[in-house]
Design a binder for this molecule. Structure first.
Ligand code: FES
Length: 219
C-alpha cells in the first residue's frame, strides 16, 4: 500500500516562505505592512472628505424643515383672475430686508391655468430660476422678465426664453375667513403636476436631476 504524502505545514514566517527582503521572525513583510498602512490612511482620508459632502448633499432630503407658516396678504376682493398683484411677504422671522420676498398673486383661473396643484390662488415667486435675480411682471405683455440675462417666463411662470432651467417657484395658498394667505414655497417642472420641495435657482428638476439636486429649505 502506497504511503500517504506527508502534509507539510506552511510556515507563518515570511523568510521561510522565500519572500524577498523578509527578516528573520517577520510574519508580514515591511512592504506589505506599508501597503496596509497606506490603504488605511487613504481610507480614513477619503471618508474625512467624502462623508461630510455626502451628508451635505443627502441630508436635506431627510430634513422636515420647511417654511410652513401661512401669511395673510389681503382680502379675496383684492385679487383678480387676470392680473398679478405684487405682494411682499416675510419668509424668515428676522428684521432684515433679505427676510422678505415679493410674490405675484392672482386667483386661480381654470380657463388659463393648467397646473394640478389645487391652490385657490396662483402665487409666483419673483426669484429667477437662472441664478436668482428678482424678476418683474409686465402686465402689457403678460410676461415675467428677468433684467439680468434676459430670462422670460409666460403668464404661468413657464420659461419661454433665456437661460433659466425651470419654471418660477410658487407658494401654497389658502383662504381663511375671507383672507388670502400665502404659505410655503415649492418648486415645479414644466408639467406643473407636482409640488417639489424648494430647490435653488439653476437646479434643474427634470428627469434624474430631481435626485441629484437635493431640496434646499433655505430662502
Ligand atoms: S438671473 Fe434671470 S436670466 Fe439670469
Amino acid at each position: 500500500m502506497a504511503a500517504k504524502p506527508k502534509q507539510t505545514k506552511k510556515s507563518p514566517y515570511a523568510a521561510d516562505r522565500g519572500i524577498p527582503a523578509a527578516h528573520e521572525g517577520e510574519t508580514v513583510t515591511r512592504r506589505r505592512f506599508m501597503e496596509l498602512n497606506a490603504l488605511t490612511v487613504g481610507g480614513i482620508a477619503s471618508a474625512a472628505f467624502g462623508l461630510p459632502a455626502l451628508g451635505f448633499a443627502v441630508g436635506p432630503m431627510f430634513s422636515d424643515t420647511t417654511e410652513d407658516e401661512f401669511k395673510r396678504v389681503g382680502l379675496e376682493a383684492d385679487f383678480t383672475l387676470e392680473e398679478y398683484v405684487p405682494t411682499v411677504i416675510t419668509i424668515v422671522d428676522d428684521a432684515s430686508t433679505a427676510s422678505k420676498t415679493t410674490v405675484y398673486l392672482r386667483r386661480f383661473n381654470p380657463q388659463i391655468d393648467t397646473d394640478k396643484f389645487r391652490q385657490p390662488y396662483v402665487a409666483i415667486s419673483n426669484r429667477c430660476m437662472h441664478v436668482g435675480c428678482p424678476i418683474r411682471y409686465v402686465q402689457a405683455s403678460q410676461r415675467f422678465i428677468c433684467p439680468c440675462h434676459g430670462g422670460i417666463y409666460d403668464f404661468q411662470g413657464l420659461v419661454i426664453g433665456g437661460p433659466p432651467v425651470r419654471p418660477l417657484d410658487r407658494f401654497r395658498t389658502r383662504v381663511q375667513d375671507g383672507l388670502v394667505e400665502v404659505g410655503p414655497r415649492f418648486s415645479v417642472t414644466d408639467a406643473l403636476d407636482e409640488m417639489y420641495r424648494p430647490r435653488d435657482p439653476s437646479n434643474d428638476l427634470d428627469g434624474l436631476w430631481k435626485y441629484l439636486y437635493p431640496p434646499r429649505p433655505t430662502t
